[in-house]
Design a protein around this ligand. Structure first.
Ligand code: AMP
Ligand code: GLY
Length: 414
């Protein structure tokens, strides 16, 4: 079976690694990274080059394409693949609006009685200032569209909120993504990522995970794409998010959305119960690198059943082990950093998923070098978080590249 995975991060390497456990699989990655090249063939097509991806899938008789990132999904890649009779794992553009437009997502939650923070949507400074006048602080401002993970700003006071509002609506720091702004109540609680498979008829929650967004230990420093993750979330009681998952499915069905993929429900566990902070329409990164090593079920089967709308026939089985994933980054990330440094990875007990790496192949050398901010996602399993932490940090200490930086507190349960 030939499978094409679209994307180039640690998430896509982890998806490929899991798919590859089925020995019948031949993998292709577009564009992939230094690690995916070890388990498949990297194809030099970008994630937004939908026509080229379709041509490639047709010419190479790809049986199934798995879309990693959100951007091509919001552009309608799944719709185009479906139109061309190609099997694809990922929601339609209509479904991808749950991530692509925060206004749409909030309206969806309201319509289907899904608990979430109270909010207003504004498109003008004047309306925004009126809302800010009536608000208590801190408050959260969100650019409506995709903003590379930077579109959510927590403002401690009115002055900061006013400046942020002007930055988004007037100055246009997020471009079109900021043509409207969601202003929402600040919620407090532990955050849990509840990823679910859905085929639009059935929804099956996976085990939970949590990511570590801040750059520095003890959740200090700026927000990043993710500095680590753990699975399961130690704060989550199984079943807690089931009602929200079912209501989400009900909404998807009622809206007539073709949704065959993963819906990632970003939960916050407040004193008033779990609420939805956000939806993502794909696997999370780096949650996937902690989740998939715990999944015992054949991922190809789950994805195929999802595409065929037969997910009801699937059960998911999980290892009871705990997983800890440490992201090794290039010094300076998420701001400026240098790339091109040699990476040495010795034999490890952990799994070293590649993210920002590339392979240099020539007659004289064959090596892997750094090529991005998040370089590797290193995952260990253990009977306890402490066991997994011990293993992962021993291995991380032995993986060498210039400027390697990582948090030391991933998996410390407080
Ligand atoms: P993003 O993943 O970029 O949508 O940003 C979401 C992050 O911003 C969440 O993981 C939270 O940490 C934070 N956040 C978003 N909405 C709220 C809210 N209403 N209250 C508190 N924190 C929030
Ligand atoms: N880990 C957060 C995300 O994938 O958006």
């Amino acid at each position: 079976m030939k499978i094409l995975v679209v994307g180039s991060g640690g998430r896509e390497h982890a998806i490929g690694w899991k798919l590859k456990q089925n020995l019948s699989v031949e993998l292709y990655f577009a564009p992939g990274n230094g690690g995916t090249e070890e388990i498949g063939e990297n194809v030099n097509i970008k994630i937004n080059e939908i026509d080229k991806l379709i041509d490639f899938a047709k010419q190479n008789e790809i049986d199934m394409t798995v879309i990693g990132p959100e951007a091509p999904l919001t552009m309608g890649i799944a719709d185009e693949f479906n139109k061309n009779g190609l099997r694809v794992f990922g929601p339609s553009a209509e479904g991808a609006k749950l991530e692509g437009s925060k206004t749409y997502a909030k309206q969806f939650m309201n319509k289907y009685d899904i608990p979430t923070a109270k909010y207003d949507v504004v498109t003008s400074i004047e309306d925004g200032l009126n809302v800010l006048e009536e608000s208590s602080y801190p408050i959260v401002l969100k650019a409506d569209g995709l903003a590379a993970g930077k579109g959510v700003i927590i403002c401690d006071n009115k002055e900061q909120a006013e400046t942020t509002l002007r930055d988004i609506l007037d100055t246009g720091i997020f471009g079109d993504a900021g043509s409207s702004v969601v202003i929402e109540e600040f919620l407090v609680g532990k955050e849990v990522s509840l990823l679910c498979f859905t085929d639009g008829e059935t929804i099956i929650p996976m085990e939970t995970a949590s990511d570590y967004k801040r750059a520095l230990d003890n959740d200090m420093g700026v927000n990043t794409g993710g500095m680590g993750s753990i699975s399961p979330s130690p704060y989550y009681t199984p079943g807690l998010g089931d009602e929200i998952a079912q209501k989400t499915l009900h909404g998807i069905k009622s809206e007539g959305i073709d949704y065959r993929g993963v819906i990632y429900i970003g939960l916050i566990l407040t004193p008033d119960g779990p609420k939805v902070l956000e939806y993502n329409v794909r696997f999370g990164d780096p949650e996937t690198e902690a989740l998939l090593p715990r999944l015992k079920t054949d991922l190809i089967k789950v994805m195929s059943k999802t595409i065929d709308k037969q997910l009801a026939e699937c059960n998911l089985y999980w290892s009871s082990d705990k997983a800890v994933t440490v992201i090794m980054t290039s010094k300076g990330y998420p701001d400026k950093y240098d790339v091109g440094f040699d990476i040495t990875i010795p034999e490890t007990k952990s799994i070293a998923f590649h993210a920002g790496t590339s392979k240099v192949n020539s007659d004289s050398c064959n090596k892997v070098v750094t090529a991005g901010g998040r370089v590797l996602a290193v995952t260990a399993l253990g009977e306890s978080f402490d066991d997994a932490r011990k293993t992962v940090y021993q291995d991380v200490a032995n993986i060498v590249f210039q400027g390697s930086t990582y948090r030391k507190d991933i998996g410390v349960v407080v």
